[in-house]
Ligand binder design. Structure first.
Ligand code: ATP
Ligand code: MG
Length: 291
């Protein structure tokens, strides 16, 4: 039996059109567990009674449909070309949430489709009211395709592993976020750790660095241990929250999701909706003292 949803925003009951809270899941380095975390957090939130939209903002292999074993026929590119509406391309996932496929296409098509993009922004304003929480699973790296979503989110969830290259890239990502959105709510998830204690130690080091060099504290949400059951669930295309809900990684993901949920966002929303933010940051390039 799912719990009663907690209002996502304090004013969720107000008469004004609701803007769902947006969480961007990002990393810098690839292959650290973003998609796995996104799909499972969406499953947790849906179980809690929230209406969840998971935006797949990665067109490369290893994205949301693969992890869920579903087929997505259309992408947001079909909306941009006027062939489909947002509602028509949505797929309902096994974890009881909706998926908006391959939204990174919007950034590519922006160059030529400015007018149509304005239509998307306007239809998304109404469309988003069907959801309480929107998760964006980004691609790896620091391209404008990734950053346009990250800068537009209410909560930026940076995933890293204990691998030094992953930690360096996570720090680089936090720095870029901080330089461009000083009020961003940045949260760290450590994945594939040996133990929760290892995760905490890494978090403390990272937080010391961000406080010292960026004057910005980051929030620790928790760690997920390296566990073959996660790899197995990915191979079987079934989220671990459904396949093995009592396993340690599933428990950790539940705790992490709750922690993110309960941490207030101090970030000022960009525009009226996520896609207005994506439009605003479409040409963003890292450079000129970013790194
Ligand atoms: N906690 C874990 N324990 C063991 N294996 C894990 C864990 N988390 C993720 N993995 C493995 O890591 C692989 C990569 O995960 P995932 O596809 O979620 O990463 P990603 O960050 O989305 O990658 P990309 O940058 O390519 O989009 C998965 O195939 C999975 O097997
Ligand atoms: Mg991925």
């Amino acid at each position: 039996m799912s719990q009663m949803p907690i209002p996502v925003r304090a004013n969720a009951q107000a008469a004004a059109p609701q803007r769902p809270e947006v969480w961007a899941v990002t990393s810098g380095k690839g292959g650290v567990g973003k998609t796995n975390l996104s799909v499972n957090m969406a499953t947790v939130l849906a179980k809690m009674g929230y209406r969840v939209l998971l935006i797949d903002a990665d067109i490369h292999l290893g994205n949301v449909d693969l992890l869920l074993g579903i087929r997505t026929e259309f992408t947001i590119a079909d909306v941009l070309t006027g062939n489909k509406t947002l509602k028509e391309i949505i797929v309902h996932g096994p974890g009881d949430f909706d998926i908006l496929p391959a939204a990174s296409a919007v950034v590519d098509l922006l160059e030529t489709k400015h007018n149509i993009f304005r239509d998307i922004i306007s239809s998304y304003t109404k469309f988003q009211q069907s959801y309480d929480i929107v998760l964006v699973d980004t691609a790896a790296g620091i391209s404008n395709q990734v950053l346009s979503f990250v800068f537009s989110a209410d909560k930026c969830i940076v995933v890293a592993t204990p691998d030094p290259a992953s930690l360096t890239d996570a720090y680089g990502m936090i720095k870029i976020i901080n330089r461009n959105r000083a009020d961003a709510t940045v949260m760290l998830v450590l994945n594939m750790v040996e133990s929760e204690a290892e995760g905490q130690t890494i978090y403390h080091k990272m937080n010391l660095m961000t406080q010292r060099f960026l004057s910005h504290a980051i929030t620790y949400t928790g760690s997920i241990v390296q566990d073959q059951r996660v790899a197995w669930s990915v191979r079987n295309q079934r989220p671990i929250l459904l396949a093995d809900p009592l396993s340690p990684p599933a428990k950790s993901i539940r705790l992490i999701t709750r922690k993110i949920m309960e941490t207030p966002s101090g970030t000022e929303p960009v525009g009226t909706n996520l896609f207005e933010g994506v439009y605003k940051y479409r040409d963003f390039q890292v450079g000129g003292g970013e790194s």
